[in-house]
Design a protein around this ligand. Structure first.
Ligand code: BEZ
Length: 249
């Protein structure tokens, strides 16, 4: 998958991702002194909030640039991938906001989280659920197919149903406290073009030379569905949110 994160454009046009993530901290309810992993920590916005609550936080992100940005906030962070995490320590909890859908091997991610949790430890996450950003996915896929490419190969996202993800969590041994799916139409601050440039890089991998015209064509095609004079651009996000725990021995 080709996806590069630029902390400055992320902070400018995707700050809403972390803002929404603050609700996850409430769900996690960390206690001062807890050892917490933020899996897919991005620029460390949420990790910093958790550290301010007196927790010992480790951020993990696949992007070196984002890890650097998190470190600039004073957060301990390491470059790592949830699918091949290895053992980073015995954590009281793992939190993950808007990152798990970038990891297309969920069984491995879930096994890695399990391995990094103490017995009794909690895993709280939010990710795109089935149907997430579906207008965008359908449009990008159709435009790519029209150019003769198999869009499945370039779609970087995994959006499971609640049932599918519950089964994977339970198969690993997790007990489910809560799991739910909900629509969250999401207003984006600037235009869809900026959103596509940040998040949909993988789709243009086979057509690099026409990247900008491809994004513009997608934006034009999506305008009737996602844009209004009154509200601007609103993207059709659907979330899967869960709170599960590794049973005590
Ligand atoms: C999400 O947070 O659901 C998401 C954001 C960008 C691209 C795909 C999914």
């Amino acid at each position: 998958m080709i996806q590069k994160w630029d902390p400055s454009s992320y902070a400018k046009d995707a700050a809403f991702v972390s803002m929404y993530g603050e609700e996850l901290i409430t769900l996690l309810a960390p206690i001062a002194g807890d050892k917490v992993m933020d899996l897919g920590c991005g620029d460390g916005f949420l990790a910093e909030k958790i550290a301010e609550m007196g927790c010992d936080v480790t951020g993990v992100d696949a992007s070196e640039a984002q890890v650097d940005a998190a470190e600039k906030r004073g957060i301990k962070a390491v470059v790592g991938n949830g699918e091949s995490l290895g053992f980073l320590g015995e954590f009281d909890s793992v939190l993950s906001n808007a990152a798990l859908h970038w990891m297309r091997r969920p069984e491995e991610v879930i096994a890695n989280v399990w391995q990094n949790l103490k017995p009794g430890g909690v895993f709280v996450g939010e990710m795109g659920a089935k149907g997430n950003v579906s207008a965008v996915v359908e449009t990008l896929s159709a435009l790519l197919e029209r150019r003769g490419h198999n869009s499945e190969l370039y779609n970087p996202w995994y959006f499971p149903t609640e049932q599918e993800y519950s089964e994977l969590l339970v198969a690993q041994g997790f007990n489910i406290n809560t799991i739910s799916t909900f629509s969250r139409p999401t207003k984006i601050k600037s235009d869809l073009l900026s959103w596509l440039r940040i998040f949909a890089q993988s789709f243009v991998a086979p057509i690099e030379e026409e990247r900008d015209s491809f994004y513009r064509e997608a934006e034009t095609a999506l305008r009737p569905y996602l844009y209004s004079e009154k509200n601007g651009w609103i993207v059709d996000y659907v979330r899967l949110r869960f709170n599960v725990y590794r049973p005590s021995r």
